[in-house]
Design a protein around this ligand. Structure first.
Ligand code: AR6
Length: 181
C-alpha cells in the first residue's frame, strides 16, 4: 500500500512524477499556487493549457511539467466556497478523486497535492483537510500503483490541519523500529 506524507513547503520544487495545480475554469493561470506553478514551469505551460478548452469544477486535466522537476501537472478546479450549501464538499472530493484517476492513467508513482480551494477560493481549511484525507485514505486502501502521495501545505496553519486529520485517520503511523521486537 502506498503512503501519505504531509509536509510544509513549496509544491513547485517537489521532486515527484506529478504535481496537482489548484487552477480555475479557464486553466489560463492566476494567483496563488497556480501562479507559482506557471512561473516555475515557464511559458510553454500556458501554451499547452490554451489547447485544453478549460476545465469544469471538480474535474482534472493533464499537461507536461516543462521546467518543473515534476514531469506532469494535473490541473484541477476546486469549488469557490459559497457557504457550504452549493455542493462544495462533493466538488472538492471530486477534485482529489479525478486528479488521482488522472495520475493512474499517467502511471505516476509519486504525486504532490496543494490544499485545493483553501486560498483564494476560501474553503474552510479544516473541513477541506478532512475531505482530502478521507479521499487519500479511500484511494490508498484500494490502489496498488501509487507509492507516495505528498500533501504539501504552504503555511503552518494549513500544515497543522492536514497533519491532524491524517493522524486522526491513522495514515501517519511511524514504521516500527528496525531490529526491535
Ligand atoms: N506551494 C504549495 N502551496 C501553495 C503555494 C506553493 N507554491 N502557493 C500557494 N499555496 P490558492 P484556491 C497554497 O489560492 O483557493 C488562483 O488564482 C495557499 O497558501 O492557490 O484553490 C487560481 O487561478 C493555499 O493554502 O488556490 C484560481 O483562480 C493553497 O495553496 C484560484 O486561485 C490554495 O490556495 C484558486 O483558489
Amino acid at each position: 500500500m502506498g503512503k501519505l506524507l504531509v509536509i510544509q513547503g513549496d509544491i513547485t520544487t517537489q521532486e515527484v512524477d506529478a504535481i496537482v495545480n489548484a487552477a480555475n475554469n479557464s486553466l489560463l493561470g492566476g494567483g496563488g499556487v497556480d501562479g507559482a506553478i506557471h512561473r516555475a514551469a515557464g511559458p510553454q505551460l500556458l501554451h499547452e493549457c490554451r489547447t485544453l478548452g478549460g476545465c469544469q469544477t471538480g474535474e482534472a486535466k493533464v499537461t507536461r511539467g516543462y521546467n518543473l522537476p515534476a514531469q506532469w501537472v494535473i490541473h484541477t478546479v476546486g469549488p469557490i466556497w459559497r457557504g457550504g450549501a452549493y455542493n462544495e464538499d462533493q466538488l472538492l472530493a471530486s477534485c482529489y478523486r479525478n486528479s488521482l484517476a488522472q495520475a493512474i492513467q499517467l502511471g505516476v508513482k509519486t504525486i504532490a497535492f496543494p490544499s485545493i480551494s483553501t486560498g483564494i477560493y476560501s474553503f474552510p481549511v479544516q473541513q477541506a483537510a478532512r475531505i482530502a484525507i478521507r479521499e487519500f485514505a479511500h484511494f490508498l486502501d484500494r490502489d496498488q500503483t501509487i507509492a507516495e502521495i505528498s500533501m504539501v501545505a504552504f503555511d503552518a496553519n494549513t500544515f497543522g490541519h492536514y497533519k491532524q486529520e491524517a493522524e486522526r485517520a491513522g495514515l501517519l503511523r511511524e514504521d516500527p523500529p528496525i531490529g526491535k521486537n
